[in-house]
Design a protein around this ligand. Sequence first.
Ligand SMILES: [Zn+2]
Length: 335
Amino acid sequence: MSSQARHECGRAWTACWGAALLILPWLFLAPLRAGEMTLDYQLEPRQIAPGVWIFEGSDGDFDRSNGGNILNTGFIETDAGAVVIDPGPTQLYGAQMRAAIERVTDNGIARVYITHRHPDHVVGAQAFSDSPVYALPHTRNALEIDGEALLDGLFRLLGDWMRDSQAVHPDHEAVPGPERIGDRALRFIAWGGHSGQVASDLAILDEQTGVLFAGDLVFNGRAPTTPHADLDAWRKALDAILAMRPQMIVPGHGSAPTTMQAVEETREWLQWLETHLRDAAQRGVSIGEALTLPIDERFSDWSLARHEYVRSVNHLYPEYRDAVLHWNTERAPAP
Ligand SMILES: [Zn+2]
């Protein structure tokens, strides 16, 4: 190789190494940058009626790809500020939700309402700590008792999405009944069933548009969760919503907004679940067998149907089985 050629080659190598040195840091940074990107919930408010906005979450379960954005949240504009409904699962969600709200309205935040005790609806309230945060007494008590434990569970599921998240203790009591906030007439309703037996689940009706934020009393195309459920009380709450006939419903989970059909379907699932579990208990089915029983085909295309069915068997089946055992013991012939 001539010295000229070596020189050319050397220049080429120098250029290559130069380029490599420029690229290498980017190769190392790229995964970090991608990781940073995933901590953006990309919340875009959608107006579903005049002054009524929602943020629609996925219909999946908690995981690190969605950061717990598996629920529907929203806000109602008033001239006294926005009324925020369920500030989401993490401090980060709450902060990004607040930024998105402040892009829509200059009136600030009037109040934050938490519909019930489950952490996906609660933790984001941290980002609104300079505004009053309201919840029903049942919810406030539950968060006082096990707010920290719920937070631990979310840390395990969501990892880095939970950075800076802390337990939330709502500082104001939500009072059922009509109330005017700024120029808007709202109605607060305390139903039970999803997260407790009585007055555990807050729903908020905007009188002007007829939009009902139903919290987790209504699911849409996604199997209902039952860790603190009272199925009988829940069905009664759904009957009350059916009687109320709101114009539009924002369900806690699943496609939003929705109609009365989702109320009827949530009720059908609960009715089926109860009949199915009672029937299995009466037939002496073990809990292990109950977990594998088929799900009614009406719900076959619902998101997380098997997952939630299995959770519900674990929560609820022992009670049905014990009721049958108790019934049999009471009627056993005396020895
Ligand atoms: Zn929920």
